[in-house]
Design a protein. Structure first.
Length: 199
């Protein structure tokens, strides 16, 4: 009787240890899989913000730091449709004439192939509980020329909310130890670039 109870106890302990080993292996695997899925969603939003900022700059010759302004521009703004034709007086065919043939709404130009896209959600970081992307815009001097710049970003802690906090902290520590930004961002307030830090 005692031997049977001891065997059952050892079996339970063995099963518990096997489960703990399995979990210690699968926990980081599940975290990485979910982190990559969420990262793709945030990158998609940052690319949308970049596209809207580029369209905004093409009209106003600057970027905006306000999501209200950017969202309103997407909803109501128009961008010209330009036709390029060769200059008939140019025999070298190296010059062309830009002819505006009409206007198209920004939302129809940038988001036409996205049914169900809600412009008002552009400001919100996916999986963050409605936290807003950090966005700034201004001018910096480069080679004695003033250059328009903007930056939009989200911290890992914002869009990885709800995942294992220790694994999120470990991931941030790894990025910071290699002097990288602990999140995702597009553009820069220090350099004249529109690149994302994932590119």
């Amino acid at each position: 009787m005692k031997k049977t109870i001891l065997q059952i106890a050892l079996l339970i302990i063995a099963l518990f240890l096997a489960y703990m080993i399995y979990e210690s292996i699968m926990r980081p695997v599940r975290f990485k899989k979910e982190r990559l899925l969420r990262t793709e969603e945030v990158i998609k939003n940052l690319k949308d913000i970049r596209g809207a900022q580029i369209a905004y700059r093409s009209i106003y010759q600057r970027y905006t730091k306000s999501f209200d302004t950017l969202v309103n521009f997407i909803k109501t703004g128009e961008i010209p449709v330009v036709k390029m034709v060769p200059d008939p007086t140019d025999t070298t065919f190296s010059r062309s004439i830009r002819d505006t043939i009409g206007y198209i709404l920004v939302k129809d130009s940038l988001f036409a192939g996205r049914p169900g896209f809600n412009v008002d959600d552009l400001r919100y970081i996916p999986h963050s509980g409605n936290e807003v992307f950090n966005m700034d815009a201004g001018m910096i001097e480069r080679s004695k020329i003033m250059v328009n710049v903007f930056e939009a970003s989200a911290l890992n802690k914002q869009f990885l909310k709800g995942l294992d906090s220790q694994l999120v902290n470990n991931f941030d520590d790894l990025l910071e130890s290699t002097q990288r930004f602990p999140g995702l961002r597009v553009g820069s307030m220090e350099e004249a670039t529109l690149d994302g830090n994932w590119e």
